[in-house]
Design a protein around this ligand. Structure first.
Ligand code: IPM
Ligand code: MG
Length: 356
């Protein structure tokens, strides 16, 4: 009987097709007990037969795989981006991957555009609600094309959805440590309840309710605009942040900027007890695709996050340590100061991992 974890690999479009092979190579170098199956979902397939997600696609992923490793979607040949929406947002929503976990850490002080921020100063996690909010794309247009046109974009917040993501954040805080080994202590809830009172009110009430169950965890609340300023002015006190889908999207790009750009940021789209999906935070980056210049570390760190989630913590730690070593020795792509190509940076990390 094989104890190997079954991983569906969907590289997707653009630089996804370059960085995911590097992540795969590094997992193999770590001798991780995984069995990989590649899926061709993405723009190329869509342009051939108009398939975004094949029939039973999500059901197959949920039934036959332990996790999914995704690259990126988006291709100028598909201006509507319908395939990206149906595959990526479809997976998050239809597979109910409700917790988007995006760790923010600094591998080298020089990557952070802020003055005086050291490695130890940046170690927080954004827990982004991943199935509701404005991403449901509910709404419509009325009198389109006239001077009286009305566009309505609904923001969905369910009691169940809000409660489970806030609970996830508290549970995450209670059971995860910072990189230096100290416990996580605080959950900050970010909303815009001063302007969006209906949704904000629900988030506020649920946050207070769940917080009462975790009396040892500190709580804090910030409006999203104020949090953006705080993240740029002094991100040192940030620990666990929980927020809705849209604010989570925006603040995690800001956070990626703090840690060295989108090329370094990893994420997991989780549904506890079910098949979860892991993807680098960056997109398909069409302008730099196919040139062997994309940073593969976000994808490699994402693979490490996936292995840790599947219980392979030793392999995950070896991979993270090798990426850190690559950063310290400037064996990186140009976006973070090195001179290597995508394949060469991936190869360097793979080689280090195999020696550890
Ligand atoms: C992300 C991306 C996606 C999002 C896009 C590609 C739809 O920006 O994963 O953060 O908005 O969630
Ligand atoms: Mg985003």
């Amino acid at each position: 009987m094989s104890a190997k974890k079954r991983i569906a690999v969907i590289a997707g479009d653009g630089i996804g097709k370059e960085v995911i092979p590097q992540a795969v190579r590094v997992m193999e170098a770590a001798a991780a007990a995984v069995e990989l199956t590649a899926f061709d979902w993405g723009a190329d397939r869509y342009l051939v037969d108009k398939t975004t997600v094949p029939p039973e696609g999500f059901a197959t992923l949920a039934r036959d795989f332990d996790a999914i490793l995704v690259g990126a979607f988006g291709d100028p040949r598909v201006p509507s981006n319908i395939h990206a929406r149906e595959i990526l947002l479809g997976m998050r929503c239809k597979m109910d991957l409700y917790a988007n976990v995006r760790p923010v850490r600094l591998m080298d002080a020089s990557f952070c555009p802020l003055k005086g921020i050291e490695r130890k100063d940046l170690d927080f996690v954004v827990i982004r609600e991943n199935t509701e909010g404005v991403y449901g794309d509910l709404g419509g247009v009325f009198k389109q094309g006239t001077a009286d046109e009305v566009a309505i974009q609904e923001d969905i917040n369910t009691r169940k959805g809000v409660e489970r993501i806030i609970r996830y954040a508290f549970e995450f805080c209670a059971t995860n440590q910072k990189i230096d080994g100290s416990p996580r202590r605080r959950v900050l809830m970010c909303d815009k309840s001063n302007a969006m009172t209906h949704a904000g009110g629900l988030w506020q009430r649920v946050f207070k309710e769940i917080a009462a169950e975790y009396s040892h965890i500190e709580t804090q609340h910030m409006y999203v605009d104020a949090l953006c300023m705080q993240m740029v002015r002094d991100p040192r006190g940030l620990d666990v942040i929980v927020t809705n889908n849209m604010f989570g999207d925006i603040i995690t790009d800001l956070a990626a900027g703090l840690q060295g750009g989108l090329g370094m940021a990893a994420s997991g789209n989780l549904r506890p007890g079910h098949t979860s999906m892991f993807e680098p935070v960056h997109g398909s980056a069409p302008p730099i695709a196919g040139k062997n210049i994309a940073n593969p570390f976000g994808a490699i760190l994402t693979a490490a996050m996936m292995l840790a989630h599947l219980g392979m913590t030793g392999e995950a730690q070896r991979i993270e340590a090798a990426v850190l070593e690559a950063v310290q020795q400037k064996k990186t792509t140009a976006d973070i100061g090195g001179t290597l190509g995508t394949r060469e940076a991936g190869g360097w990390v793979a080689e280090r991992v195999s020696r550890r």
